[in-house]
Ligand binder design. Structure first.
Ligand SMILES: Nc1ncnc2c1ncn2[C@@H]1O[C@H](COP(=O)(O)OP(=O)(O)OP(=O)(O)O)[C@@H](O)[C@H]1O
Ligand SMILES: Cc1ncsc1CCO
Ligand SMILES: [Mg+2]
Length: 267
């Protein structure tokens, strides 16, 4: 399995896919820098008047609902409908699912448009499966990823999307497989937007392959490993954030082979 991640990373660095992000105001800069450090080419375009044309030229689309406005919500619907029409893969980050009726309504509409991949923390994935029982206190998870595994599997069956649940263990779920990633470090929860960065990296990998499950595995596991390596020399959240870009930039086949801790199960 490491081989597919290594190959995808090499391919990404050669192809430098253009990744269109409609994302939140908090993580805009972090996720652009994470994509650049990995070797992809980010563009953040949010106007409903522009997004169709950007979807046309991008290799993949990232939708992150963290700081919504009426305008960005409309842009997300226009962009994802157009992505579906022309066959562009897209990944949804349901940040803060359950916070408000506005957010939940948009999420229902986006789920109807069948995201290629959905990545969220445990609370967000549980809320997506059942909006009547929101499990949220904002954007941070209130529970462990293993508690959301059953809901993630049900959400996978309901939507047909590939589901990624982040936390102490990261899970990537499809109809056929469950992958578990054991990399990461608890300090990563004290830097904002590392889950959002995982989502952005998934977007980058979706832009270089039609093996969408492998793209999701690559995005999640590379962010988790880079975060783990960044934490090893960090004095706290500030240096972790800075180190992360360097670790993404320095990742190579040798490090992936020796440091990735992942398991794959077939259902
Ligand atoms: N308890 C933990 N132990 C080890 N690693 C963790 C832990 N929690 C999170 N991580 C790492 O941090 C990454 C991001 O997960 P997190 O759950 O913080 O996302 P998130 O809540 O969506 O973040 P954000 O919304 O701020 O982007 C995970 O993919 C994992 O690598
Ligand atoms: C803190 C925060 N608030 C809305 S989005 C966001 C970034 C983490 O997703
Ligand atoms: Mg999140």
């Amino acid at each position: 399995m490491e081989d597919s991640i290594i190959n995808l990373l090499e391919q990404l660095r050669v192809e430098k896919p253009l990744v269109h992000n409609i994302t939140n105001l908090v993580v805009m800069n972090n996720t652009a820098n994470a994509l650049l450090a990995l070797g992809a080419s980010p563009v953040m375009v949010h106007s409903p008047l522009e997004v169709r044309e950007v979807v046309d030229i991008a290799q993949a689309l990232v939708i992150n609902i963290g700081t919504l406005s009426e305008d960005t919500a409309e842009a997300m619907l226009v962009a994802t409908e157009h992505a579906n029409t022309i066959g562009r893969p897209w990944v949804l980050d349901p940040v803060g699912a359950g916070i408000s009726a506005f957010r939940n309504d948009l999420l229902s509409n986006l789920l109807d448009l069948k995201p290629t991949v959905i990545r969220g923390n445990a609370s967000e994935i549980m809320t997506l499966y059942n909006f009547n029982q929101p499990n949220t206190k904002g954007v941070d998870s209130t529970t462990a990823s293993k508690d959301a595994l059953r809901f993630g599997q049900l959400l996978q069956e309901q939507t047909g999307s590939i589901i990624c649940i982040s936390g102490e263990v990261d899970y990537i779920l499809s109809q056929q497989y469950r992958v578990e990633v054991f990399n990461g470090n608890p300090l990563m929860t004290q830097v904002t937007g590392l889950g959002c960065s995982a989502t952005a990296l998934i977007g980058a990998f979706l832009g270089v392959t039609d093996q969408y499950f492998e793209a999701a595995v690559a995005g999640v596991s590379i962010l988790s490993l880079a975060g783990e390596l960044a934490a090893q020399t960090a004095a706290g959240p500030g240096t972790l954030q800075l180190n992360l870009y360097d670790k993404l930039y320095q990742l190579n086949a040798e490090r992936l082979k020796s440091k990735l801790k992942i398991k794959r199960y077939a259902h």
